[in-house]
Design a binder for this molecule. Structure first.
Ligand code: ZN
Ligand code: ZN
Length: 327
């Protein structure tokens, strides 16, 4: 147990699950989300994690903006609010002094190194600031180059205890006609999700090749999803002048209202079915050291604030939090 490590992979804006029976006319698939795409056989690496780990249909029940989502993930609590009148992206979110899973890990294992790699906005105290090494680049810096820096540091610090890798590029596809004919490859959520699957495979094979896999818990999380195929997305699309026939392909970022209804494209009005799509986040726990009794399990209802408490429990770390451990 003392040799247990944790690799935390945060994929910005990645919806983990979606409202049932919704499909995108252009692909015949559900709107891009981990569970739906894995069920359709499109995500072999995620599928592998789901079959050998615990998949949580997780919700962000707080504010669905990134500064909050990242904080809920890091701290395991919704106890945070912005200063009135101040843009949360200026990081004026209260509670920055709160313990996170990274700081708690260092306190418990002073000899084990803790590092974080990602966008500089979130590599901050109270978010993903790590004690031994924190590398942050501008928003939407290359996922590939960020991963390479992370792997390089791990090779140089084989005694690493906890590593956070945050990849933002999927969020770059946030405000786009998703399946439009002239949509550039990198601005397409469908293709970007397939690409994330390859990044996940790269993480797993890296850990395996270095013989770290069997002692590592792999925790995959996200801060929020996006509006897509719901009344909020259709309203946003109309406001931006998206042609009526393309609205079924429209996704509109993760602005309020966070609660929304599935759009009925045949009747061209909201259906009665709840979507709440930007609250649907990814949460998968797995890796070589994940307990056998938890493998292949699906948790039907979880929350974003259960993420860090689960890592803490796995690592035998005390973390004061409001969320509950899956274990
Ligand atoms: Zn985000
Ligand atoms: Zn929505």
């Amino acid at each position: 147990m003392k040799d247990q490590r944790a690799f935390i992979l945060i994929l910005d804006m990645l919806a983990g699950h979606w409202a049932g029976k919704t499909t995108v006319p252009a692909t015949g698939l559900p709107p891009p989300n981990v569970w739906g795409y894995a069920q359709a056989g499109k995500l072999p690496a995620f599928q592998d994690c789901i079959e050998n780990g615990t998949f949580v249909k997780a919700w962000n029940k707080g504010n669905c903006n990134t500064p909050y989502g990242q904080k809920y993930l890091a701290s395991g609590t919704y106890e945070t609010r912005s200063v009135p009148g101040v843009d949360p992206y200026c990081l004026m979110v209260q509670g920055a002094e709160k313990e996170t899973i990274l700081s708690a890990c260092k306190r418990k294992y002073p000899a084990g190194k803790v590092a974080a790699f990602g966008s500089d906005a979130w590599m901050q105290t109270g978010w993903w600031k790590a004690t031994d090494c924190t590398m942050g680049w501008g928003s939407y810096y290359s996922d590939f180059l960020t991963s390479q820096q992370c792997f390089k540091w791990m090779l140089e610090n084989p005694e690493w205890k906890m590593v956070l890798l945050y990849l933002p590029q999927y969020d770059l596809t946030g405000n786009c006609p998703v399946m439009g004919k002239d949509t550039a490859y990198t601005k397409d959520k469908h293709h970007s999700l397939l690409q994330l699957d390859r990044f996940l495979w790269m993480v797993k094979t890296f850990l395996q090749e270095k013989n770290w896999w069997n002692e590592t818990g792999l925790f995959i999380g996200s801060d929020h999803g996006c509006h897509y195929g719901c009344d909020a997305a259709v309203k946003a699309g109309r406001k931006k002048g998206v042609p009526e026939k393309e609205l079924s392909n429209y996704c509109s970022n993760h602005e309020p209202p966070y609660d929304c209804l599935v759009w009925d494209f045949e009747k061209n009005k909201p259906s009665k079915q709840r979507s709440d799509c930007c609250r649907r986040t990814t949460f998968i726990a797995g890796g070589g050291a994940w307990p056998a009794r938890m493998r292949g399990k699906i948790v039907e209802q979880g929350e974003i604030i259960d993420f860090s408490p689960t890592i803490a429990d796995f690592m035998k770390i005390k973390l004061p939090a409001d969320g509950r451990s899956l274990l």
